[in-house]
Write a new protein. Structure first.
Length: 133
């Protein structure tokens, strides 16, 4: 449907937030810990898109491993979908490898699933759908 957010891995939110606050001329509107992923997120708005800063909370988290291998920087691009289960089935049928068998709860009240970066020219792609409960 649209680019929902761009995820950026950072070492420390305390250092990154002021930089993005100045760059985007707005304050972070939300911080949230996602224990299952070992991350604290901080969200900014940039027009219709959001910027998600991600700081690892433990050394074995995906973000900690990413920063260890590649350093801080672009981590993923998230696309909003209407029906995450249908999109997962469509992409599987098209030959994409998904990193999640089922959608899982992510930050910002979303169901999420990641597509393997090797199937997307080296870009980690996240599918996300608003949780409607």
């Amino acid at each position: 449907m649209k680019v929902e957010h761009i995820g950026i891995a950072v070492n420390k939110l305390e250092q990154a937030e002021p930089l993005y606050q100045t760059l985007l001329n707005s304050s972070a509107y939300k911080r949230e810990e996602v224990e299952s992923e070992g991350v604290i997120t901080s969200f900014f708005r940039a027009g219709a898109t959001k910027i998600e800063l991600l700081e690892a909370t433990r050394p074995d988290s995906p973000i900690a491993r990413f920063i260890e291998r590649r350093g801080e920087g672009l981590h993923h691009i998230a696309f909003e979908v209407e029906d995450i289960q249908a999109e997962m089935a469509r992409l599987r049928a098209a030959g994409f490898r998904l990193l999640n068998e089922q959608p899982k709860r992510g930050a910002d009240n979303k169901w999420v699933c990641f597509v393997h970066p090797k199937d997307c020219q080296g870009v980690l792609v996240e599918l996300c759908q608003e949780i409607r409960e």
